[in-house]
Design a protein around this ligand. Structure first.
Ligand code: TRP
Ligand code: SF4
Length: 406
């Protein structure tokens, strides 16, 4: 059963942890993607400060030191607060409430078998991650996603399991709470509220889907429901569920959208990452960028200028793959293998390209940094917008879980 409400199918949610400076890996791997998505979808991008605490609870000052600069970098990179809703997780307490409520129905074993749990504990040995918060963090992520009933979650490979967990939790939730007493009767009443013509059409389409598996009929019926102005959100949920023979669809299942692995190489040829100390930060001054690139390692076979090399063994080549056109790449391949060019010569176009890419970003970032009130206002507005949306979901969730009493 595909369980994405049409309106929510167009909703994207993604978060980033404020645990230090952003670097080119974030720019190529995440931010450029966000900038594209914001033009096509209803996007929610947030600062995952509670997520940061799950691994950085011992030195939390890093959060306050990173948040505003990080947001300024988002804006500088082209993320648009008018196109997307930008907010801070801890300022939308609905995330915590939904996390608490979902924790009631989430089997412990589902969390224990999320691969990042054991992997990260092993990788971050210097930290004590035998905490309740760390075990529960994928469920916090589920709450982040489900609070907005987001249909699309752009993620890297390592986060796919978290979206999968989210789908299972949503399914379990709908299964447990989607069938209220008198459900069939309520559905029939709701159908009547659509008016004779629409009600008849809805029932025909439902039959075509349930009896013949007609997917077009399902899509048409969903569009029909989406356009209904006379029925409440609760009735809509009911009728979306009823369409597929099930109960209410309170929490739609999201889809993971794998970001086309825009693999940004680091200065040492491994993936660019703070933990490898191989990054170019978005804030590095030009002289430092130049220095880092000039001193980065090349194919060790090229001891002397006259020794031929192999770009496949050289991290500079990885940069050419990101920044250079085909002609330039050919120049590198031939020049390197024949010792026709030197390594510094080879690095020059990369240095120029990185500097050119960073220049406008740094200019805009420094404008935002000079106007901290502006950035804070942008986020305050975003938090308010986010809360309004999350509150609608929480209302439905509280009611479903028996908390709607007076
Ligand atoms: N867990 C992600 C990370 O560590 C950040 C994140 C938190 C996130 N909540 C999310 C990403 C929801 C996508 C959707 O990088
Ligand atoms: Fe690397 Fe270029 Fe030097 Fe070849 S010429 S080893 S590709 S830096």
């Amino acid at each position: 059963m595909s369980a994405v409400l049409p309106g929510q199918a167009q909703r994207v949610l993604s978060g980033m942890r404020p645990t230090g400076r952003l670097h080119l890996g974030h720019y190529h791997g995440v931010l450029k993607n966000w900038v594209q998505l914001q033009q096509q979808y209803e996007c929610y991008f947030f600062v995952a400060d509670w997520h940061a605490l799950t691994t950085h609870y011992e030195n939390p000052q890093i959060i306050g030191e990173s948040v505003w600069e990080m947001v300024a970098d988002w804006l500088a990179a082209g993320v648009d607060h008018n196109a997307a809703t930008l907010f801070i997780q801890s300022r939308v307490p609905e995330h915590a409430e939904l996390h608490a409520l979902l924790s009631m129905i989430t089997p412990l074993s589902w969390l224990e078998r999320v691969p990042t749990y054991k992997d990260q504990q092993a990788q971050l040995r210097e930290k004590d991650l035998d905490t309740y918060g760390f075990l529960g963090y994928p469920l916090l992520q589920s709450a982040d996603i489900l609070a907005y009933r987001a249909g699309i979650v752009p993620v890297g490979e390592d986060q796919v399991a978290h979206v999968e967990l989210t789908r299972e939790v949503a399914r379990r939730f709908n299964h447990l709470y989607g069938r209220e007493p008198g459900y069939e009767e309520l559905a029939e009443k709701a159908i009547k509220k659509m008016g004779k013509k629409n009600a008849k059409l809805y029932l025909e389409l439902r039959t075509a889907y349930l009896e013949q598996g007609d997917a077009d009929a399902l899509a048409t019926a969903r569009a029909l429901l989406e356009g209904q102005k006379n029925i409440t959100l609760g009735d809509k949920e009911r009728l979306f569920g009823y369409l597929e023979g099930g109960g209410k669809m309170i929490l739609p299942e999201p889809q993971a959208r794998l970001t086309a692995a825009a693999k940004m190489p680091g200065l040492d040829g491994r993936k660019m990452s703070k933990s490898y100390d191989n990054t170019i930060s978005l804030r590095d001054p030009p002289a430092e960028v130049e220095q880092k690139l000039k001193t980065m390692p090349t194919d060790p076979a090229r001891v002397r200028r006259t020794d031929p090399g192999n770009p496949d063994k050289c991290p500079v080549w990885e940069f050419h793959l990101v920044y250079s056109d085909e002609k330039m790449q050919q120049w590198v391949q031939e020049g390197c293998r024949s010792a026709g060019i030197g390594c510094l010569e080879c690095k020059r176009p990369v240095i120029d390209a990185v500097l050119q890419e960073l220049k406008p970003i740094q200019e805009r970032a420094s404008e935002f940094s000079r106007d901290p009130i502006l950035v804070k206002n942008i986020m305050a507005n975003g938090c308010q917008r986010a809360r309004e949306v999350a509150e609608q979901t929480l209302d439905a969730v509280r009611n479903a879980m028996g908390l709607g009493y007076n």
